[in-house]
Design a protein around this ligand. Structure first.
Ligand SMILES: Cc1cc2nc3c(=O)[nH]c(=O)nc-3n(C[C@H](O)[C@H](O)[C@H](O)COP(=O)(O)OP(=O)(O)OC[C@H]3O[C@@H](n4cnc5c(N)ncnc54)[C@H](O)[C@@H]3O)c2cc1C
Length: 428
């Protein structure tokens, strides 16, 4: 049985159903995806691994041809734009709207033989003799299974893992405010022609714009604009601890971003048709809970598997769901659902790119949290140096170089170098 029809749960269900196992996915939404939030850029490689060539039928919005990264101060945006024309023939990512994508993905699970049960809130995991044996639902039914795969994502309240205790311990400890980002997103309607004109895209093609620094009022996180067919996904987030500390709200962040002079013209005339908010796990490798135990496995966001530096989460969810599904298939073949056998899932995660990436970026979020100058003072210094460099104002280039060097020395050339080294060290 699977709890949650997000990318993780549905991937697990498809994998098991294709192998002939009897699978049910319990989903609280009226339809899978109806309330789910993502920026969102989806990576087709992982989808293809699960549904094969059928991935081409998925309701994808636009293939991403260009990736833009902007580092902002209040009056400037320093950008790195990468237009990769190879993506036309071989796209590896697409913008998606989860309400459409999740519903389609769940249909693939049904086609494979799984039963999708919407409008069903799982209220508790049922434990017997120290083992998860099923779930209690809001419909008043108890449902039993050999194994429950928990793919509930994360939310503000205590989820199933935090509220289930085995051997005197919760299955996941309470999340700390600096281990989760609070993210918001608006879907803004805009004519497809205008999208292509403003974002310099060919018809049907898309781009991403991700903005750091002043875009998040200096907090650790980033804002984004993703192009869909006839809408823009506009949003972003920052660590919950920083919202608490600064008393800012996600809405303050959104309004601040939308008013930035480099952003405002891109959104002119676009009408907000949906407003969504959600958490993103950012606890890194050290935040990962025990992902298997007696009678259960945990995948995706519920297992804290996400890489915010690369804006990846849906792919870690799908891949972990697939690995969990395959583990259960092996358990079924062996007729052994013991905890020792379920541990295969952790072993497979450990040997996959997922844990390699989780380890590599483990220190990235704390680096930004404890070094706010990286997204504020350092960027402002760079902005002033570039302003001097590009401004044509009757000053000789020698004098300009001297001024830039003097300014950098006065404001902390050593600190800038040290920050650079710390950043490299954190992501080595
Ligand atoms: C603003 C934002 C932007 C993002 N952008 C990107 C991006 O561009 N690319 C990317 O790859 N990732 C992105 N992510 C991350 C990505 O959305 C997640 O990593 C991914 O959705 C995790 O999938 P999941 O299946 O683990 O959880 P979820 O997608 O959260 O799915 C959980 C499912 O479980 C259901 N559920 C929860 N509790 C219960 C219950 N008690 N009973 C029954 N059902 C339940 C929910 O309704 C939901 O359907 C973004 C996230 C946010 C918030």
């Amino acid at each position: 049985m699977v709890v949650g029809a997000g990318p993780a749960g549905t991937a697990a269900a498809i994998t098991m159903a294709k192998a002939g196992l009897e699978v049910a996915i319990l989903e609280r939404g009226a339809k899978p995806g109806s309330k789910n939030v993502m920026g969102g850029i989806l990576y087709n490689h992982y989808l293809e691994q699960i549904v094969g060539e059928d991935w081409k039928q998925a309701p994808l919005e636009r293939p991403i041809i260009e990736e833009r990264r902007w580092i902002m101060t209040p009056e400037a945006a320093i950008s790195i734009d990468y237009k990769n024309l190879r993506n036309r023939a071989h796209p590896h990512s697409y913008s998606v709207l989860r309400a459409r994508f999740d519903a389609w993905f769940a249909e693939q699970a049904e086609k494979a033989g799984a039963t999708v049960v919407p409008e069903t809130v799982v209220e508790r995991l049922i434990t017997r003799n120290g083992r998860v044996v099923g779930v209690g639902t809001g419909r008043g039914d108890d449902v039993y299974a050999e194994v429950t795969i928990v793919c509930e994502g994360i939310g503000l309240g205590a989820g199933l893992l935090e509220s289930t205790v085995i051997d005197g311990r919760p299955l996941r400890r309470k999340l700390r405010p600096n281990e989760v980002a609070m993210a918001v997103k608006e879907i803004m309607q805009l004519d497809p022609g205008l999208i292509e004109e403003r974002f310099n895209c060919e018809a049907g093609e898309g781009c991403t714009v991700e903005c750091f620094g002043d875009s998040t009022m200096g907090m650790s996180g980033f804002m984004f604009i993703y192009t869909n067919r006839d809408t823009l996904s506009v949003g972003g987030g920052a660590l919950l601890s920083e919202f608490n500390k600064t008393l800012r709200t996600p809405n303050d962040l959104m309004e601040h971003f939308k008013q930035h002079p480099a952003v405002k013209p891109l959104l002119r005339g676009a009408e907000t048709v949906e407003y969504l908010a959600h958490l993103i796990p950012e606890g890194g490798y050290r935040g990962i809970p025990k992902v298997y135990g007696p009678g259960y496995l945990v995948c995706g966001d519920a297992a804290m598997l996400s890489n915010p530096v690369h804006r990846e989460g849906s792919n870690l969810a799908m891949e972990s769901g697939r690995l969990a599904g395959e583990t259960i298939v092996h358990c079924k073949e062996a007729g052994d659902f013991s905890e020792r056998r379920l541990a295969e899932y952790r072993g497979r995660l450990d040997h996959s790119w997922i844990m390699a990436d989780m380890k590599k970026y483990d220190k990235a979020v704390p680096l930004l949290e404890h070094n706010p100058q990286l997204l504020t003072k350092d960027v402002q210094m760079l902005d002033r140096a570039l302003d001097e460099f590009f401004r044509v104002d009757g000053t000789s280039k020698w004098d300009k170089q001297r001024r830039i060097f003097k300014m950098l020395r006065k404001e902390g050339l050593f600190r800038l170098g040290w920050d650079g080294l710390k950043s490299l060290w954190a992501m080595k």
